[in-house]
Write a protein of this length. Sequence first.
Lengths: 285, 446
Amino acid sequence: MISSNSKVILEVRNLSASVAGIEILKGINLTVRSGEVHAIMGPNGSGKSTFSKVLAGHPGYTVTGGEVLFEGQNLLELPPEERARNGVFLAFQYPIEIPGVSNSAFLRLTYNTQQAHRGGEELDPLEFHDFIQEKCKIVEMDPRFLDRSVNEGFSGGEKKRNEILQMAVLDPRLAILDETDSGLDIDALRIVASGVNKLMTPDNAVIMVTHYQRLLNYITPDFVHVMRRGRIIKTGGKELALELETRGYDWVDDEYQRAADAHGRATAKGSASAAGAGRAGAASA
Amino acid sequence: MSAVMKAPDVRDEYLASLAPDTNALAGAGSDWLNALRAEAAACVNSLPYPTTHDEEWRFTDFGLLRKTVFASAADISPEVSLTDIAPFVLPESAKSRLVFINGIYAPHLSAGANLPQGVVMSNLAAGLSSHDAVIRAHLAQQLNFHNEAFAALNTSHISDGALVLIAKDTVCPAPIHLLFIATGATADTPQASYPRCLIIAEAGSTCALIEDYVCLNSGVYFTDAVCEITIGENAVVEHTRLQRESHSAFHMAYGAVALARGSNYTAHNIAFGARISRHDLRITQNGEAAQCTLNGLALISGRQIADTHTVMDHAQPNGQSTQLHKCIADGGAHAVFNGKIFVRKDAQHTHAAQQSRNLLLSNKARIDTKPQLEIFADDVKCAHGATVSQLETEEMFYLNSRGLSPLTARNLLIYAFAEEIVDRIPVTSLVKQLSKTLSEQIMEHT
């Protein structure tokens, strides 16, 4: 929901990042305000998953330029656990299985760690039991899953539901959902999406990274961004997603290339701008 | 002087010094047992001391043991009370517990009640008067000690031990806890003890055993143990073995299990303790359609060495075996796993699966794993796999991204890796006890 008096939660400025010396993100700009839902769409290899991992602080990626402010604070200088405690949550595309650790013990550990950081009340196993039963309803999860090992033997849909359950427990300010719709059947998709909708408030925000528009039938985005080759090359409203669904991604790319070429010619006449040259170079790469 | 050719003298004086004087046995106890002990002592006196030059001992140097002189613990009888052993007592086995202090039966610490008629749970020495024939038929029959110096050494010392007989079609309702307590540094001279177990589960019977090696005080001592298990047709045995000795102790152990047709054996082998430990386990499916499940875990750190050698011998058709062995090595520790699977010529339609999964926690730690399959039948399904890894970045990141510190995340992952094995133990209070030890050990090393 776009609102005039909302606060800026996330400010990404010209962010670039590389993995193993290869630049994946090449200057991302994005502003997310409270109450908003942003969808980041793009074909495989466009860098959208990398973007979500960089925001969460994955150690495998090196930030090579730009900045990210989370509620006004430099996010990039924080290790992943502090980003999480401050309210950044990443729902994984491939959640990790942790055999030997019960789901409820794990959820309680993360909840209490979060509470300790926020100065809130920690819950003992009994208190947590009541607390988590309520949260399970949000994702229609059978409480029996709480006694099983974290994600072990869970189906794809159950794992994704468990991610949203963790989101419900940790109550993040910014939730990044990385391909949360992948591998879900219609029922699971509906349940996961409805869980996310229930967790949306005017004070938090969601970034959905997705390849397909079908998730957007259930969670309505305020903004749709198209990512290609490590950049956001187009931003629109929810209708853009529908257009992408029918026309694919190539036309957006063509449009962007033409604009970049025009910009390149324009700047070549005058003094060369570093940003323009970099942009044209990357677009033709 | 002319050169005389003679066989190389492999007698090892150190080994020989550990063997008892079997001449002194004459007249005491039963003749057949004395003869057996004398035969074993003769082996000790003629076998070489295993070194890293032997293929089976390549990775585990037991040289440190021979730098210590041990007195036989049988000569020392320290006072141990129920309060002393309270930390090890299991409520599930409150009335089915045999306790041994340095290998010698401690009746005042043991408890047996409410067991069915068909269950005999006793010490070997007492059993010899009431069950001489059955003991004679089975003792030292599963285990070939003629080529194994330390198995021979244990056999040469047999005077007591644990005896469990489950009669035909009898179900033992409670797990039987065989608690072997080393008193550790209570004497001037380090002590050696020779625990022995003889388990016979007759056809159609069911029982659960816990073979448990613990210590009351830290310090240097030596445990040289042997456990033999005979499982009759369609009988079911679930065997938990815990090696939680002092971190200065030496632990050497042999296990031999024989399965008859249609029987089922599950083992949970847990090793946390000892400075240097070695467990040799040989399981033979002598009957058709026998099933085995082997779970193993070694969690060590500092300068500990833990070596597990298993042999799964499929000698008959339609047998199954599933094995999962895990090692976790931190500090400068060294874990070894050698898992052999034999599928004999007649053992058609065998299904055997072995997994060796290992976690290295420091760059000074070392893990050697060697799966070995020898298949002589042509219609079988066998699979094996071994991995040695460090904590995975993706797993760490997942936990960090939930707000857990790197240290908490690391401990949780190590705990989880180990808990997968501990969790399979069928005794609830023991799982709790071990889980607690596990988290303490993991915390301690961080």
